[in-house]
Design a binder for this molecule. Structure first.
Ligand SMILES: [Zn+2]
Length: 490
């Protein structure tokens, strides 16, 4: 039996307005090639880079959210390599003195204990240009170079080899993405390329502490692809080890539908040459500066989830769903906060019912419309008001579904929807009695069956009465009245 050992390197584009070392806009997604460029990111001679302070702040924020320590002193280095996707011939990165180190992230896979994965470091560097390789009509190959991406702030998050399965690797990425989005430092979208993952995977005999030859897997552009690629690698390495074949240290690329394909051997250590960057001052972070950034961190998902369970009496499942995104959690709390703070009953009712609606009908409608909660037309106050209309007996629980659908479609406040659609609950005993009479008179056969002891017939009659009232009667009140009526005439 072998133990799987996985470490992940994640590159994340930061959501700063400007690039890492120049004034160019970093929002290049829809721009024509080579329009977000200047002498600095084109590497013209004689230019000087300037550090983007926001990028440093975002990196420190991320590092703090991942429980890292922030050294008082860090610096940038030049990472020299021959690939032509940076015109300088080197990438400005961080080598021996990164902005942060020694953190951790707790990862959970269903049915397994929590895994604490070490974070080696979170550092800052610049993104590279995009190269597109083509073949012309004459059969000659050529490459196109787009510098828009060149110099965009790129944060690298390196984990320790602490993950033990492809599922844990995926859970790590999902959790990391959630945190990055919560703190607002990146869109963290793998499909869009602003969240990229390379995985190191090796196997070792169960009980051994030595690390096997490291195989690096690249070219995965979804969480599913990462999990599949790692699963493939575990299978491949298991077969090779069983067969006694030595596993070389190498880089492999994931090809959907095929597997991982060897790209290059890393046996002949082609180390990058790093030199201290002479054009940039080192970064000094005082304890006060770190504390100021820490103070700006929002409540993180794990903490918020636990607080939701305790404060609002939600199940772990509900709290997990409602804190999945910051927007969803904010919406929930805004709606519940509509209840007067000194009215414990109404707060409890709001906490319960807002959760029910957000996990139920609201989530279903959002999903069907392909919308996120920030796009919803229903305000938190409207959702709370509608719950009040149900609790106060103005609308029945079944009418509420139609009311909410209309609110969702138009954004109209619930009281207005109820008036427009004429959905006020029928609560007058006379009015209910009239409908009951009508239903009993029109359904002789089910009535007789019920009186002969067939309980299901009652359900049918309740359904008929609901239909006659367009769902506007309280079901409990209706059932009670119908039963009384059937008894009295039996
Ligand atoms: Zn520029």
């Amino acid at each position: 039996m072998y133990e799987t050992v996985i470490g992940l390197e994640v590159h994340v584009q930061l959501l700063t307005q400007r690039k890492m070392f120049c004034g160019c806009s970093a929002a290049y997604a829809d721009a024509p090639p080579n329009t977000h460029v200047c002498p600095i990111c084109m590497a013209l001679p004689g230019v000087l880079p300037v550090i983007n302070e926001k990028a440093v702040e975002y990196t420190v924020m991320t590092a703090l959210a991942l429980n890292c320590t922030i050294p008082a002193f860090s610096k940038f280095d030049r990472k020299n390599y021959p690939y032509p996707d940076l015109l300088k011939g080197y990438q400005i990165s961080q080598f021996d003195l990164p902005l942060s180190q020694n953190g951790w992230l707790d990862v959970e896979v269903e049915g397994a204990p929590v895994r604490r994965c070490g974070i080696t470091r979170v550092h800052l560097e610049e993104d590279t240009a995009r190269l597109t390789h083509k073949t012309g009509e004459d059969g000659q190959s050529y490459s196109l170079l787009d510098l828009n991406r060149s110099g965009v702030p790129l944060m690298e998050i390196v984990s320790e080899p602490d993950l033990r399965s492809p599922e844990e690797a995926r859970a790590y990425l999902v959790k990391l993405r959630q945190i990055l989005r919560y703190i607002g430092v990146s869109k963290a979208n793998m499909e869009e390329g602003n969240f990229r993952c390379d995985a190191n995977v090796s196997l070792r005999p169960q009980g051994s502490t030595a690390l096997g030859a490291k195989v690096e897997v690249k070219n995965m552009n979804s969480f599913r692809a990462v999990e599949n690629a790692l699963r493939f690698e575990v299978g491949r390495q298991t077969r090779d080890m069983d067969a006694g074949t030595r596993i070389p240290q190498e880089t492999r690329g994931w090809v959907e539908g095929e597997g991982t394909i060897s790209q290059r051997s890393k046996e002949e250590a082609n180390d990058y040459r790093y030199f201290p960057e002479p054009d940039l001052p080192p970064i000094t972070m005082s304890a006060a500066a770190v504390d100021a950034i820490r103070a700006r961190l929002p409540e993180l998902p794990d903490t918020r989830r636990q607080r939701f369970e305790q404060e609002y009496g939600l199940s772990p499942y509900e709290a997990n769903l409602l804190t999945e995104t910051r927007a969803r959690a904010d919406y929930y709390e805004r709606a519940v906060a509509q209840a007067p703070a000194d009215d414990a009953d109404r707060r409890r009712l709001a906490a319960r019912e807002v959760a029910n609606w957000m996990i139920g009908d609201f989530a279903r409608l959002l999903h069907a419309a392909g919308l996120e909660i920030d796009d919803a037309r229903v305000s938190p106050a409207s959702l709370y008001d509608m719950i009040g209309l149900i609790a106060g007996g103005t609308i029945s629980a079944s009418s509420a579904k139609s009311v909410f659908e209309e609110m969702f479609r138009t954004g109209t406040p619930p009281a207005e929807v109820v008036r427009e659609l004429g959905l006020q609950q029928i609560s007058g005993a006379d009015e209910i009695a009239a409908i009951v009479d009508q239903v009993v008179a029109a359904n002789a056969k089910p009535v007789a069956e019920y009186r002969a002891g067939k309980q299901e017939a009652l359900k049918f009659l309740v359904g008929q009465a609901m239909r006659a009232s367009r769902g506007r009667i309280n079901a409990a009140a209706l059932t009670e009245m119908l039963e009384a009526k059937l008894r009295e005439e039996a």
